[in-house]
Design a protein around this ligand. Structure first.
Ligand code: KG4
Ligand code: ZN
Length: 358
């Protein structure tokens, strides 16, 4: 079985072809870094137009890479939400058109489910597992019970972690994309312990019994530290130290939340091989991966973080979700609508303050 996957929900145009034997026959991602850099963030209208400009070429190139034609496909999967709706429409309509023309099953993919199922493409992982989903728009802890079956245990009460990285990076004067640039600069700090002592940063939610996150206070503290730095231009060493301290408190908070969640998971689910998975764009952060690896080691749990290329948005995770759904007969009709919001666990209680990100 081979499934075509199309991803256009944010600023990456992704097209991939993945088999049910987990072979990635093609996986092409075009990042719109240049298009958005001048604006310091993703501009939805520009993103949608860029997806439109590049999708045809990428589709052709993906078929070439796979040495396949549309006729050899068994299904077409496209992100139908959540995300920037203009971009989602571009990929979804392209996917539907191919499915209609080639009489193939269509799979409407929830982008969050694609992040959640990625570790089953890269590793031999059985349900259930615990998932820390950290991206530009979402920060959640979920139990992945099966395809289409999620229990959301927590979410952010304000900013998502990726958003906090991006906004803090911007405050530090770093160019878009903020998260990876902040991580790179933090690596220049020669003395992380001194950096932590120098910058007093809050660790929101640390020690709280509920598993939720909150990051807007951390971002505000970054702003205050940047504002109080002397001179008109920011000193690179100062900013590197601040970035390093920032990553360190993020690691503390995430570790605390995950430790509690892991305890609850092993008690409530008693899985044979308890596993924590981190996925989503922020899962590319090495400091975070290392901290979570250390935590799971001390708790006798396995830890899976997909390879960096499959953490940020890509078509392979969409195609793989297509495979998972198609083999269970979970296909969609061509009148399925694009959804700017699409929670993985619709029964989860909305949190006060969580707004659209719940
Ligand atoms: O999953 P993703 O590619 O797109 C969404 O679905 O949102 O996640 C993008 C987010 C951005 O906020 C980006 O800054 C962040 O992931 N990110 C990182 C790193 N790489 C990407 N944050 C921290 N460290 C990184 N290395
Ligand atoms: Zn994503």
């Amino acid at each position: 079985m081979k499934v075509l996957g199309i991803e256009t929900s944010c600023d990456e145009t992704g097209v991939a072809i993945v088999g049910d034997d987990k072979t990635i026959h093609a996986n092409l991602v075009l990042s719109q870094l240049k298009e958005h850099a001048a604006f310091g963030g993703v501009v939805p209208e520009i993103a949608a137009r860029a997806h439109l400009d590049h999708l045809d070429t990428l589709l052709r190139a993906a078929l070439d890479d796979a040495g396949a034609t549309f006729d050899e496909l068994d299904g077409v999967a496209a992100t139908c939400g959540p995300g920037l709706i203009g971009g989602v429409m571009v990929g979804m309509m392209a996917g539907k058109a191919i499915a209609a023309a080639k009489k193939l099953p269509f799979i409407a993919v929830n982008h969050l489910e694609a992040h959640a199922l990625t570790p089953r493409l890269t590793d031999n992982l059985a349900f259930p597992y615990l998932l820390l989903l950290v991206s530009g728009g979402h920060t959640q802890i979920l139990v992945v019970e099966g395809v289409g079956q999620y229990k959301r245990w927590s979410t952010t009460l304000d900013d998502a972690l990726g958003e906090c990285f991006d906004k803090s990076a911007k405050l530090m004067g770093l160019p878009y994309p903020g998260g990876p640039n902040l991580e790179k600069l933090a690596g220049e700090c020669p003395d992380p312990t001194a950096a932590l002592e120098r910058f007093d940063l809050p660790r929101p939610m640390l020690g709280r019994p509920e598993l939720d996150f909150s990051f807007s206070g951390l971002k505000t503290a970054v702003r205050q530290h940047v504002d109080s730095m002397p001179g008109d231009t920011l000193d690179r060493a100062d900013i590197a130290a601040l970035a390093c301290a920032f990553q360190s408190v993020v690691a503390d908070v995430v570790t605390d939340r995950c430790k509690r969640a892991m305890e609850r998971f092993t008690t409530e689910y008693a899985p044979n091989a308890p596993t924590l998975v981190v996925s989503g764009g922020v899962a590319a952060n090495t400091a975070l991966r290392n901290t979570l690896q250390g935590l799971t080691d001390t708790m006798n749990m396995s830890f899976i973080a997909p390879p960096l290329k499959l953490c940020s948005d890509n078509g392979a995770m969409i195609a793989w979700t297509g495979v998972e759904r198609l083999r269970l007969g979970m296909t969609d009709t061509l009148d399925v609508a694009a959804r700017p919001r699409w929670p993985l666990d619709p029964t989860a209680e909305a949190r006060i303050g969580a707004g659209v990100k719940a």
